[in-house]
Write a protein that binds this ligand. Structure first.
Ligand code: SAM
Length: 451
C-alpha cells in the first residue's frame, strides 16, 4: 500500500472510470476509487477507506474539470446508486459503455468490433417499473432508496429515472400507509408489515399495477387502502399483495394474491399486446426496448423457414416477434407465471407457431438436444450471470447455425463468447443499446456464427 491514511486529503489525477462509475487515480501504483471524479480531472480526494489492494475516497474539490462533466440533479441519486453516472454528459455515457465492452473483450483477447451505443429516446423518467423499500425513518413511514452498500433508507419522492406517474403513485401509497398507521417493515427485529412497494405502468397502455409486499399474511385496513388507491389513481388496473415473510434481500415472495382488479397489466410492443404479471420480467425502458428487439431480430436474419429457440424467453416478447418471421419458435423460461403470460400472449396475438416450456434453460436445452431438435437460430437473453456451463455444452452438441446473444452484463458476455468459441462460434460485432441511461448498466446484442 502506498503511504496513505484514512481521512488523508491529496491531489490526484483521475485516469479511468470503473464499471460502477467511480473515478480511478493511481497513487504510486495504488488504485484509489473516487466518488464523483471523472477521467481527465484533477481532484482533491478525501480517503474514506483503505484496503490492501485499493482504497476509496470522495471528491472534496475539483481542481481541473472534465469537459464531459455536467451538473448533477441531486447527490442522493449518486449516494443511492439510482443514477451513478448523472455527472457524466449523455454522449460520454454512451462512449463509456462502448469502451467498457471493448476493454472486457481486449482482456479476453476477443477481436470483436464494438459499435457506438444506440442512445435511449428518453434519458430520464424512462423506467416503467419501480421497487422501493418502505422503512421507518425518524418515527415516520418513508419510501425511498437505500444508500449504496447499506440498508439505510434515504426518503425520495422524485426518483429521476422513473416514469413520473410511478413516482406520484408511490407517494400516494406512502401517504395512505401513513393515514392508516400501517407499520413499515423493521428489518432488524423482523417486525412491521410493509416491506416494499412495486409499481409497474404500461408505457403505451398507461395501465398501472401496484404490488404491496408484506411480511405478514394480511395488510391492516386493506379494504380502505385499496378503495383509496383506486379513487386516487384511476390508471390502476391491478392491486396485488405479495407475502414475503423471509429475512432476505429478494423483494418478492413466492405467494401473491390479487386484491383488486386483474392479475396483470398489458403493454404494447412492436405491434403486439403483452400481458405482464407481477412476477414476470419485462424490459424497463419500453421505447428503447423496441430498438433492442429490432437489433436482435435483424441479427437473426429470419426468412420464414427457420426453427428458433428463444432461451430465457420471459413473457414471450422476443419469441412472438420472431415467430412472425420464422417457421417455428420454442421458448424456455424458468418463471411459471411468465410462461403462462407468454402462452396467453401468443393466443391473444393469433400466433400459433410457438411453444413455451417452463424450466431451467440449461435443463430444457439438454432435453431438446437429446430429442434431436435442430435449431437454425438460438436466441439467448440470460440474466446477469450469463449462460450456465451446461447450457453452453448443450449448444456445442446442437450447433445452431446462428446465435443472437442479448446481454445485460458484458463480463459474462465476454466469458460466454469465449466458451462458445470452443465450438467454432465467432462474433465480429457487438451493438450496445442504452437501456439504462444515468446508470452503469450495459445492454448489448451480439451475433455469433460458425465458419
Ligand atoms: C433478461 S430477462 C429476458 C426476458 C425476455 N427475453 C425479455 O426480453 O423480456 C431473463 C429471463 O430469464 C429468466 N431466467 C433466469 N434464469 C433462468 C434459467 N436458468 N432458465 C430459464 N430462464 C431463466 C428470468 O426469469 C427472465 O425472465
Amino acid at each position: 500500500m502506498a503511504n496513505l491514511a484514512k481521512n488523508q486529503e491529496l491531489e490526484v489525477n483521475v485516469t479511468d472510470l470503473t464499471y460502477e462509475g467511480l473515478g480511478v487515480a493511481k497513487v504510486d501504483g495504488f488504485p484509489l476509487f473516487i466518488d464523483n471524479a471523472l477521467p481527465g480531472e484533477t481532484v482533491r480526494a478525501h480517503i474514506t477507506k483503505l484496503q490492501k489492494q485499493y482504497g476509496f475516497a470522495f471528491t472534496k474539490e475539483i481542481l481541473k474539470k472534465s469537459p464531459d462533466r455536467v451538473e448533477t440533479k441531486s447527490r442522493i441519486y449518486t449516494q443511492t446508486g439510482i443514477a451513478p453516472l448523472q455527472h457524466l454528459s449523455y454522449p460520454a455515457q454512451l462512449t463509456f459503455k462502448q469502451h467498457q465492452i471493448d476493454e472486457l473483450y481486449k482482456k479476453q483477447h476477443l477481436d470483436i468490433e464494438v459499435l457506438p451505443t444506440i442512445p435511449s429516446p428518453q434519458q430520464t423518467g424512462y423506467r416503467d417499473k419501480a421497487q422501493v423499500p418502505v422503512r421507518e425513518v425518524n418515527g415516520k413511514l418513508e419510501t425511498g432508496f437505500f444508500k449504496r452498500r447499506s440498508h439505510v433508507l434515504v426518503p425520495i419522492t422524485d426518483f429521476y429515472i422513473q416514469d413520473p406517474a410511478i413516482d406520484e403513485a408511490i407517494v400516494i401509497v406512502r401517504d395512505l400507509l401513513r393515514k392508516y398507521n400501517v407499520p413499515a417493515y423493521d428489518e432488524i427485529h423482523n417486525g412491521g408489515v410493509v416491506r416494499n412497494v412495486m409499481v409497474r405502468r404500461g408505457h403505451f397502455t398507461k395501465m398501472m399495477m401496484i404490488v404491496l409486499v408484506t411480511r405478514t399474511r394480511d395488510l391492516p385496513h386493506m379494504a380502505e387502502i385499496v378503495s383509496d388507491i383506486t379513487a386516487a389513481l384511476p390508471e390502476v388496473a391491478s392491486i396485488i399483495l405479495n407475502f414475503n415473510p423471509k429475512r432476505t434481500n429478494v423483494i418478492l415472495g413466492s405467494r401473491s394474491k390479487t386484491v383488486w382488479g386483474q392479475d396483470y397489466i398489458e403493454d404494447d410492443l412492436l405491434g403486439s399486446t403483452f400481458r405482464i404479471s407481477a412476477q414476470s420480467f419485462y424490459q424497463v425502458n419500453p421505447e428503447q426496448t423496441e430498438n433492442l428487439y429490432k437489433a436482435a431480430i435483424d441479427g437473426a436474419q429470419l426468412t420464414g423457414n427457420e426453427t428458433v429457440i428463444d432461451a430465457y424467453s420471459g413473457i414471450g416478447t422476443i419469441s412472438l416477434t420472431m415467430a412472425r418471421h420464422a417457421k417455428q419458435v420454442y421458448g424456455v423460461e424458468v418463471v411459471p407465471e411468465a410462461v403462462e403470460d407468454a402462452r396467453v400472449n401468443a393466443a391473444a396475438n393469433g400466433i400459433k407457431n410457438v411453444t413455451f416450456k417452463v424450466g431451467k434453460a440449461e435443463d430444457v436445452m439438454r432435453t431438446w438436444r437429446d430429442q434431436k431438435l435442430a435449431a437454425d437460430v438460438l436466441m439467448v437473453d440470460p440474466p446477469r450471470k450469463g449462460l450456465a456451463p451446461e447450457f453452453t455444452e448443450a449448444v456445442g452438441s446442437m450447433l445452431p447455425g446462428r446465435i443472437v446473444y442479448v446481454s445485460c452484463n458484458p463480463a459474462t458476455l465476454a466469458r460466454d463468447i469465449t466458451a462458445l468459441g470452443e465450438f467454432g462460434y465467432k462474433a465480429t460485432q457487438t451493438q450496445p443499446v442504452d437501456m439504462f441511461p444515468q446508470t452503469q448498466h450495459i445492454e448489448s446484442v451480439t451475433v455469433l456464427t460458425r465458419d
